[in-house]
Ligand binder design. Sequence first.
Ligand SMILES: O=C(O)/C=C/C(=O)CC(=O)C(=O)O
Length: 259
Amino acid sequence: MTEDAGKAGAGSGGAPRPRPGLDADLRAVARHTELLVDHATHLTDVRAPSLCEGWSRAHVLSHVARNADAIRRLAEWALDGQPREMYPGGTAARDAEIEEGALRAGPASAGDHRPAGVFADDLRSTAAALAPPLAALGGPLAVDEVEMRGGMKISPRALPFMRLREVVYHHVDLDDGFSFTDVEPEVLHRFIDDAVSRLRTGSHPPDLDLRTQEGDRWVVGEPTTEVRGSRAGVLLWLARRIDTGVSATGDLPQLPRGA
Ligand SMILES: O=C(O)/C=C/C(=O)CC(=O)C(=O)O
């Protein structure tokens, strides 16, 4: 995530938007967590591939639950001043935890669908443990910055937005009917802002004039290529490199991996 995730929107067309308050972020996190838990409860095939390369839906659900633990640790650090690793043991330990969690789906030969409930329970309980420290970020903080995996320092008050992004993006990654068209327009705008600022600060920003049917505009580099789509279509392209919802005046610019 970029430092400015959660700050005022910076679309180049029009005045900056006011930053939604922490309460609005918390409500959005709660709402989207509920949608994801409900979806996980009714998933018929947790072993099916997801939109995340190499990951099944079980990996995605396992990751979202572990991410709740990780963000909880950072929120607790912000509140009590005791540094904590986002993922104790680093990225290798994080990846192993996700794999281990995904194994709860069992082998395809098991042939039943009951494991989906295990993932829903995990999501529900980890989200419940995250909610109080996340809500407390509106009060006094012991530190101004916490450190993400990878070393980037962020304001603790950006944590609710980060969590929202994880929950919503990975809900789409289940590839089972939920899409960015199901997300509130204001939230989509903030996600695009966030994705665009990652592009701008990345090592190879493309030249891009991004316009949405809703009337937003963002420019990255030189506005040589116009790319159009709905907010949902544009975000799908920016966040997941799926271009079915956008059209361009020339060749669609190549986006760097992982920006
Ligand atoms: O936005 C970032 O820089 C990092 C985000 C994360 O680390 C989220 C995860 O991928 C995770 O919690 O595992």
